[in-house]
Ligand binder design. Structure first.
Ligand code: GRF
Length: 228
């Protein structure tokens, strides 16, 4: 990640081109699809790319007249070859932003560096807590009283990049990993489209590894509590 990054330049009447990467259900993809025209600028999802041919999110793409592409990791000899093919597919759509939405692959630093400042991810925990998998069970096992989700810029460190927005939810005494993940997922569907629109509006900058919205860090703007 560079020390500072310029916001994207948006031409007023053109939709903002993004590509979304998925591996599974694609409920976050659906939230992005549903948000496309709700804020300015209009978001154009140029393609949805999955490493998993069975991903249900591909059907969501097709239903919404979005190109659904498969770049299957099983077709490539190693991670470098796969990431090179993935980059070629993404770049053919000329996105200004690449959004990982449940894309279950570790990415090479070549890939991450190629998209510095225009690659974002959603993670189901309050990073820096619980990078990696099984975040909800880990929060429950540790007796946490709150959990949440984080949208962040992607850096070569897995789940370690600068935070754009977080949503907090309570952990209830009766929670299972399933019930907690459902509560968190509802918040993911709110914060991910919001972060994407902020980016498209050119309102996000990164300086010294921190994200600024409209030039300032404000807890109110960066952190959302449980919204209905
Ligand atoms: C979400 O919990 C997201 O935070 C994580 O993977 C899950 C994807 O869910 N990275 P979906 O495919 O968007 O329904």
């Amino acid at each position: 990640m560079s020390e500072s990054s310029e916001p994207p330049v948006q031409t007023e009447d053109k939709p903002f081109p993004i590509v979304v990467l998925i591996s599974g259900s694609g409920s976050n993809l659906q939230a992005i699809i549903d948000s496309r025209t709700k804020l300015e600028p209009v978001i154009e999802i140029r393609a949805v790319i999955s490493n998993n041919p069975e991903a249900y999110g591909l059907q969501r793409a097709i239903r919404n007249n979005i190109a659904g592409k498969v770049v299957n990791h099983r077709d490539y000899p190693d991670r470098n070859a796969y990431d090179a093919a993935l980059m070629a597919e993404i770049d053919s759509h000329q996105p200004q932003l690449v959004a990982l939405a449940g894309f279950m692959r570790i990415l090479t630093s070549e890939f991450v560096n190629h998209y510095t400042g225009r690659l974002i991810n959603i993670h189901p925990s309050l990073l820096p807590l619980y990078p990696g998998l099984n975040t909800h069970q880990r929060a429950i096992d540790n007796g946490d009283t709150e959990a949440g989700a984080t949208v962040h810029f992607v850096t070569p460190e897995v789940d370690g990049g600068p935070v754009i927005i977080q949503a907090h939810v309570p952990v209830l005494g009766t929670d299972s990993s399933n019930s907690l993940s459902g509560r968190v997922l509802k918040q993911e569907h709110l914060i991910y489209p919001r972060a994407i629109h902020w980016f498209a509006q050119g309102r996000l900058t990164i300086e010294n590894g921190r994200v600024f919205l409209d030039g300032r860090i404000s807890p109110k703007q960066q952190v959302f509590t449980d919204e209905k």
